[in-house]
Design a protein around this ligand. Sequence first.
Ligand code: UD1
Length: 417
Amino acid sequence: MDKMVIHGGERLIGEVQIGGAKNAALPLFIAALLTDEEIHLHNVPALRDIDTVEKLLRNMGITVKREGFDATIQAKSLDTIEAPYDLVRTMRASILVLGPLLARAHGAKVSLPGGCAIGTRPINLHLDGFHALGAEIDLEHGYIHAKADKLAGTTIDLSLPTVTGTENLMMAAALAEGTTIIENAAREPEVVEVGNFINKMGGQISGLGTKTVVIKGVSALHGTDYTIMPDRVEAATYMVAAGMTRGNLLIKGARPQHLKAVIDKLSEAGMEIHEENGGLRCLMTGSIKSVDAKTLPYPGFPTDVQAQLMAMMCFANGLSVISETVFENRFMHVGELKRMGADIQVEGHSAIIRGRGELSGAPVMATDLRASASLVLAGLAASGTTEISRIYHLDRGYERMEEKLRVVGANIRRVKA
Ligand code: UD1
């Protein structure tokens, strides 16, 4: 297994180009199931999760061609309506095939995602929604068997604004008979992206970005061309990197309107952040201030940036409380940060960080995607050498991270197993 070796202490200075958003690219690849015509995607990030979704679609007999940052997908016909355990296990977002398969093929067999490093992460809201649209759902031998001769529009009131749940239901409802209203819908930019994409395929979705999304079903969708939005979590991670290394980075492609909560929090922590040349200039000249934060659904502070902010708070001088309200059990990075000398105490949904202005390099282990990113950041700012193992987690969601960091001055290298 590859390792990342970092010699900390370098200020990061220069420009980092942000890639296409993983969490938008995944549902857009899958939404290609909604038509038999060609879909052309641009700004496709080079990530392991994208390779997994490609495998998932190919396994169904769908043509996927990738060349650089472009992808062409055509679901002319389907060989199978199954998403097998091996693929769903490595990428939970595979569950997103349920909606399009129900709409297009009137049935789906999808492995239950099972437990996950980040809390229990159930999918009850997806399944309840499909049931409300008229699908019969059975759970057998670890698989979800769903079928529906037809899907009929209805009102679905989500008890939690689930991101992939909203996307899954929107994709199914796009080809249902009549109008579907999703109440308490997720408002994340990636959800808006999926809606805009379906509309470009000929769908009729309104209310995107609000709590009430209205989907008028259409009889067919057609092929289209679409450029994937920049990844706001990748952008936020490099913004924190600039702050933690007292650096000065231009984060190219970052969209400030998607990052308001992050910009506000990092500014409170002492960073200077402003728009420049279609990106964000992020610099830190003084010392890091302790800030409190609470993760919330969009437009609140993103749970996907919680671990990175916590790493930063270890370098402040003072007390910071970070509360995680979106997922249970999303503090796996705490134990690893402690190995680097962090003083963090977890009490229920909150982590109390007593920043000491420093961490010292140590061997640590990546446990999930964003936790891995927080360890890279900690390693960049720590004294001495940090060795991060199990970095396959990192490759799921960060494109060539060590290369992007090296260009701006980091002393980081990947050691092949
Ligand atoms: C998506 C993102 C992930 C991000 C998360 C929250 C993708 C591929 N992944 O994950 O990066 O961290 O949004 O912004 O886009 N829940 C239920 N029942 C359900 C569904 C969800 O109880 O059926 C709960 C979850 O356990 C969690 C909360 O709802 O507590 C939010 O989860 P959700 O928005 O569904 O996250 P994902 O879509 O899995």
